[in-house]
Design a protein around this ligand. Structure first.
Ligand code: CP
Length: 303
């Protein structure tokens, strides 16, 4: 039985296979409409979510399965002090697969050690968000035709942005990748991601605070929200929250085939004036997330 806790739980070949299945689902949705008939997905969300929870639920419904779960910790027995381990054991009695989001890093891993069914990490604290990475990979594949030799700029909160950490881990396994890290000093990519992922895989990377300076180099610009919920004090958040606001004028020097990505939710990082620019891909990511979660559920349930 497999779970997905970290994107590195899957080989590059497995990621490519998921992308291939997702593309087939997009082309032939009817073929998949009853694949999970009689199966149940439990969505255990101890932290707020719109896209991840609803796309998991839509994915399971479109596979012909059913969904149960909760969308906030206070409506579960966690509010009475139940542990993640006991929650996982309990839900294993009712469902066939779990998608769990939790504010504590490692909580879905603990769940996977105690559940008797596959567990999917739907975001754990500031650590990882592997299914957002699946959505991102399908988007990059469909926009760029592959992953090799791309220059990717990550901009904003690279410290707490778990989607950034997971995507860097996934991309580090392709060749010719160049990473440009754009953030305020206080929100730089954690040292362990630089040493354990970028340096270990000989990925070329640069760090800057100036988005416009590096814009002409980029094939992909991955914007992120400053993660208010991870800050220790509101004052720091307020000082840093608008460090980068992408407006049409800032794209003057960008490539004509730049892909602008964002895991969403957006607060103020991308002007709505950019939404109609053909280079804006963030709502494509939202839809691609559903298809990749469908492919993932099929894989983990061995359907
Ligand atoms: N991208 C993402 O995880 O969005 P939600 O927080 O709405 O699930």
């Amino acid at each position: 039985m497999r779970s997905l806790i970290d994107i590195l739980d899957f080989t590059t070949e497995e990621l490519d296979q998921l992308i291939s299945v997702a593309n087939d689902i997009i082309a032939n949705p009817q073929k998949y409409s009853e694949k999970c008939k009689g199966k149940k997905l439990a969505t255990l969300f101890f932290e707020p979510s719109t896209r991840t929870r609803l796309s998991f639920e839509a994915a399971m419904y479109e596979l012909g399965g059913n969904v149960l779960g909760f969308s906030e910790a206070n409506s579960s027995s966690a509010a009475k002090g139940e542990s993640v381990a006991d929650t996982a054991k309990t839900v294993s009695c009712y469902a066939d697969i779990i998608a769990m989001r939790h504010p504590k890093e490692g909580a879905p891993y603990v769940a996977s050690l105690n559940a008797s069914i596959p567990v999917i990490n739907a975001g754990d604290g500031g650590h990882n968000h592997p299914t957002q990475t699946l959505a991102d990979l399908l988007t990059i594949y469909r926009e760029k035709g592959g992953f090799n030799n791309l220059t990717i700029g990550f901009c904003g909160d690279l410290k707490f942005g778990r989607t950034v950490h997971s995507l860097i881990n996934a991309l580090a396994r392709y060749s010719g990748i160049k990473v440009v890290l754009i953030s305020p000093k206080e929100l730089m990519l954690p040292g362990y991601v630089k040493t354990d992922v970028l340096e270990k895989n000989n990925i070329s990377y640069t760090e800057t605070t100036d988005l416009e300076e590096v814009m002409p180099q980029l094939d992909i610009l991955y914007m992120t929200r400053v993660q208010r919920e991870r800050f220790f004090n509101e004052e720091d958040y307020l000082r840093l929250k608008d460090s980068y606001v992408l407006t049409p004028d800032k794209l003057n020097e960008a490539k004509s085939d730049l892909s602008i990505m964002h895991p969403l939710p957006r607060v103020n990082e991308i002007s709505v004036a950019i939404d109609d620019d053909p280079r804006a891909c963030y709502f494509k990511q939202v839809l691609n997330g559903k298809y990749m979660r469908m492919a993932l559920i099929l894989k983990l349930l061995e359907v």
